[in-house]
Design a protein. Structure first.
Length: 391
């Protein structure tokens, strides 16, 4: 505990400035953007599937539009009409650039010209058989030939998605939702920004694995809902992993105003990770397993089973619910953490609460009302309003 407290004192000023930073100026189409203006490509099943230069000429698939991004100078936009797109393993030919991210955005309110409202659903399932929970079969393409089973014919890294921003998308139907695995492209700087999205997968709903920290430019997940459906191994609502040989002073990823739902772990560290750091601001973490210790106890809301000391989390104004807060796989090591603001946890009555986190004794009704993914109604994402429980 002393180690955690000392670490928090050292890095808290850095984290405070990072939490206040807003990278919206990197994103084309958003207020304050000063970067390059690239091409705009359109996706709609009502287009003529020619060149994507307008809604009339829109590509029928998201992948076709991504393939048409012409260069790595950044500032390109791919705008998608609300619909159901059966498209697994999306990949991009080019990354964005510093100060000029590329953007993949769903036109959920029709204000970008599609004339439609609702979710842009990216479904990686099998169109005939349904949910395709097959290793390395996901919304975002990644694969490894070293993996013994699944979609392992090639090595493929998600690194090409560097400096892309995603908004208003609903990814589901397969092994992972909006999750980036750098595989053989690990040990490099990498940043994605994901806003107002839903990711649901078997193993992971979202997350990022094996980058090294890009100073003052972490991956950012803001106003997102992530759910995973399996509880075996290193599954979690979000999976995180880093490549540093020592703990970085700033996070690989920041999760702000997100809801994380899972049978066993809201946050899980990949078994293949080295040191990894993440910050959670105003997040809701809900684990469904409150089992008795003698039957099948949960491994923890925030979990690092391989080597607990590889994880550091910074919690700010978060609400947690589940069997216990931290899971270490029964190892004697501790997970390092810091807390700011008010953080509360509702846990199984026999479990202790870490210092700096307040125990809730009564059922957190509002928190559990946020368990379902948000809907889009009249072009607006219907996020539940969840307040912090009274003292």
């Amino acid at each position: 505990m002393l180690r955690s407290a000392l670490l928090a004192l050292v890095i808290s000023p850095c984290l405070a400035s990072l939490a206040q930073a807003d990278v919206a100026s990197h994103i084309p189409g958003q207020a304050g953007y000063t970067g390059r203006t690239g091409v705009t490509l359109h996706v709609s099943k009502r287009g003529d599937n020619s060149d994507g230069s307008s809604w009339e000429k829109a590509f029928h698939s998201i992948q076709a539009a991504l393939n048409a991004v012409p260069d790595q100078q950044g500032g390109h936009r791919v705008i998608v009409r609300p619909d159901h797109y059966l498209e697994p393993n999306l990949e991009v030919p080019h990354p964005g650039a510093a100060g000029s991210y590329n953007q993949l955005i769903g036109d959920i309110d029709g204000k970008l010209g599609s004339g439609a409202t609702g979710w842009v659903i990216i479904d990686a399932g099998d169109p005939e058989q349904g949910f395709k929970s097959w290793d390395w079969w996901s919304n975002i393409r990644a694969s490894s030939k070293d993996w013994p089973v699944g979609n392992n014919a090639t090595n493929f890294s998600s690194i090409s998605w560097d400096r892309w921003a995603l908004k208003n998308l609903y990814g589901t139907g397969s092994d992972a939702g909006l999750f980036w695995d750098l595989t053989h492209g690990s040990d490099q700087e990498f940043t994605v920004q994901v806003e107002d999205c839903v990711g649901i997968g078997r193993a992971f709903g979202g997350g990022v694995c094996y980058p090294i920290v890009r100073k003052n430019e972490p991956s950012l997940f803001r106003r997102c809902y992530f759910m995973a459906l399996d509880w075996g191994g290193d599954t979690g609502a979000v999976l995180i992993g880093g490549s540093e040989t020592s703990m970085p002073e700033i996070p690989h990823a920041v999760f702000e105003d997100c809801t994380l739902v899972h049978p066993d772990n809201a946050v899980q560290v990949s078994f293949a990770s080295q040191h990894v750091r993440a910050k959670f601001i105003n997040c809701r973490m809900i684990v469904l397993n409150f089992s008795q210790p003698q039957i099948s106890p949960s491994t923890g809301i925030i979990c690092s089973e391989k080597q607990p000391s590889l994880l550091h989390v910074d919690l700010q104004d978060c609400q947690l619910a589940g069997y216990k807060v931290f899971g270490t796989g029964g190892l004697p090591e501790e997970i390092s953490y810091s807390t700011t603001g008010r953080n509360v946890a509702y846990v199984q009555f026999e479990q202790s609460i870490p210092q700096g986190i307040e125990r809730l004794g009564t059922w957190p009704t509002e928190l559990f009302s946020s368990m379902a993914p948000p809907q889009v109604k009249d072009g607006v994402i219907q996020w539940p309003v969840i307040t912090m429980p009274a003292d």
